[in-house]
Design a protein around this ligand. Structure first.
Ligand SMILES: Nc1nc2c(c(=O)[nH]1)N[C@H]1C(S)=C(S)[C@@H](COP(=O)(O)O)O[C@H]1N2
Ligand SMILES: [Mo]
Length: 541
């Protein structure tokens, strides 16, 4: 009986050994993938971080994301959407690497070639980017993939089953022990893991040092006093109500919306801006110092993103310092269409390949369209476009607020569609009149009696004339308005509500400076901004 059992055990293909080999196969896939990425990032750190496979594939994915998905991502992940995307890419890579490692157990060559295929995808993504500088951008993915494929080939070789006549069962020998080179595998795998970690750490530290010049150039910026300071914010423009958005949004709290997976770090000392195109009699090329030597103006302007849902957070108000764009354009001999100029679209380009189209008429109609260098008294933060960005009062960011600006081209709407227009968004997009209840928060449980309902309303370049609040389906009550700073800024408001116990819906609407009431017609954000009225449901105790 005992004899019988031991025979059976020997004949079985050592279940434990089969699983151990599979696990090591999967581990091989992981190690190959890890090596490929670490080597690729190291190579990228020597060139451009943007050309590394994860960033390149992520950026290419962003470029190709259908607008509704992008909208959904912004809505659900907000400014974290990019982190979620990168984690998603890494998770997908882990799964694919595990599968490829298992596959390589039986198909060593094909499995290794599979790693190279990923290199091709990464290289293709890097080359497809609008900011690609040429074939060198393919290097990180290619070199990384070759290293990864080599690791796969060598490790899978250690896991090959030695043919044995004595033991027809594939993985186990007569003694039940595996017949593949477990010791060899562990030695090579361990060495690979150590080497790759070293490569990864080196790549990280090199990559982290990138942009040091840009940081130094930003630290060295001293913004000259503006020749035309912003008007002093009227004392009545800042309400002190708990929970209301502050009139001026601090830089650190300012919303951020862009397609950049790596924030561009531009060295202001080598930065230049070119202005050229249709109807430009004297093209201009300016350095950052040239710009600072010009007459600077300072203005309060509220920025809004077209992806902002009704009641959403993508709106902020800052004090911008910069050069009047219209003055520069006039110097170049540009005339707006209304004065016979041939160009009706101004296309701004960023260092990361973003293109943004703005009506020439709008930037030259007397409003304070700026090439901004300062935000709330500081040089622009990197995430907000250092060294120079555009700010145009009254237009959504995607048609006006180009960050990391490097080129301005005058052209026509008929002949060129910029980035977001190619993806289904409107060519022209003035900001819609909107208002938001900041307090009470949705599902709050205020006590009955007087409850302060408060928030902000905006209708940039038209101004906010009136804000009204309605409780449930009752009459509209006029809210108290904070003093107006300028027509280009938002306005705070509050309403003292005599709250009665039970569930209530609070709704707000604004009237702009032209007398038009904010519509109650709900629309999606695409193609030209959400409309409708913000409501908050509360339960009064
Ligand atoms: N280079 C570049 N500029 C850009 C964008 C971008 O993706 N890339 N996004 C635009 C959009 S959609 C908006 S709403 C504003 C947001 O500016 P902020 O991030 O400083 O708030 O920047 C605009 N400028
Ligand atoms: Mo936006």
């Amino acid at each position: 009986m005992a004899e019988e059992a031991s025979t059976t055990r020997r004949r079985q293909p050592g279940r434990g050994a089969v699983w151990a080999r599979r696990a090591l196969g999967a581990l091989t896939g992981l190690l190959a993938g890890y090596t490929a990425l670490a080597v690729a990032e190291l190579v990228a750190a020597f060139g451009r971080v943007e050309s590394g496979p994860v960033i390149a594939v992520g950026s290419a994915a962003i470029d190709r994301t259908p607008p509704p998905v992008k909208d959904w991502a912004i809505r659900h992940f907000g400014t974290n959407d990019k982190l979620v995307l990168q984690l998603g890419i890494l998770a997908a890579l882990v799964v694919l690497a595990l599968a490829l490692g298992l596959f390589a157990l039986s198909h060593r060559r094909a499995g290794s070639a599979g790693v190279l295929l990923f290199g091709v995808v990464g290289a293709g993504a890097a080359l497809s980017r609008p900011d690609s500088v040429g074939v060198s951008d393919a290097m990180p993915s290619v070199v990384g993939a070759v290293a990864g494929a080599a690791v796969m080939y060598v490790l899978a070789g250690r896991l090959r089953v030695a043919p044995s006549a004595a033991a027809p069962d594939a993985e186990g020998g007569e003694d039940g022990r595996p017949r593949w080179d477990r010791r060899g595998f562990l030695v090579v795998a361990g060495a690979t893991a150590v080497a790759t970690t070293g490569v990864g750490v080196l790549g990280r530290s090199l990559g982290g040092n990138l942009g040091q010049d840009a940081v130094a150039s930003r630290d060295a910026v001293r913004l000259p006093a503006p020749a035309s300071p912003a008007r002093k914010v009227p004392t009545g423009a800042r309400l002190r109500i708990p929970g209301i958005s502050p009139f001026t949004t601090p830089n650190g709290d300012f919303y951020r919306v862009d397609t950049a997976l790596v924030v561009p770090k531009v060295d202001a000392r080598s930065w230049r801006l070119r202005i050229h195109g249709k109807g430009v009699k004297r093209p201009l090329s300016l350095s950052f110092d040239d710009l600072l030597r010009r007459e600077l103006i300072e203005r309060d302007v509220t920025l809004t993103c077209v992806s902002n849902e009704v009641g959403g957070p993508y709106v902020g108000n800052a004090r911008w310092t910069g050069v009047r764009l219209a003055t520069l354009l006039e110097e170049c001999g540009v005339r707006p269409p209304s004065k016979g100029g041939p160009a009706d679209q101004l296309v701004s380009r960023s260092v990361d390949g973003m293109t943004i189209g703005t009506p020439v008429e709008d930037v030259m109609d007397g409003r304070d369209a700026l090439l901004a260098v300062g935000m709330n008294g500081q040089p622009l933060p990197f995430v907000h476009g250092f060294p120079v960005r555009m700010v145009v009062p009254g237009l959504y960011g995607y048609v006006s607020a180009c960050k990391w600006l490097k080129d301005i081209e005058l052209t026509t709407f008929d002949s060129y569609d910029p980035y977001w227009v190619k993806r289904g968004w409107a060519r022209r997009a003035p900001i819609k009149t909107e208002s938001r209840i900041d307090t009470p928060k949705p599902f709050a449980r205020p006590k009955s009696g007087t409850v302060t309902v408060a928030g902000v309303a905006w209708a940039q370049h038209r101004g906010v004339r009136k804000v009204e609040v309605r409780v449930d389906d009752g009459a509209w009550h006029e809210a108290d308005l904070a003093a107006q700073d300028t027509v280009d800024t938002w306005r705070q408001w509050f309403y003292r509500w005599d709250a009665t116990p039970g569930g209530h819906t609070l709704t707000v609407r604004a009237t702009d400076g032209t007398g038009r009431v904010q519509t109650d017609r709900r629309t999606r954000t695409i193609p030209d901004g959400a409309s409708g009225r913000h409501s908050v449901v509360v339960t009064v105790d």
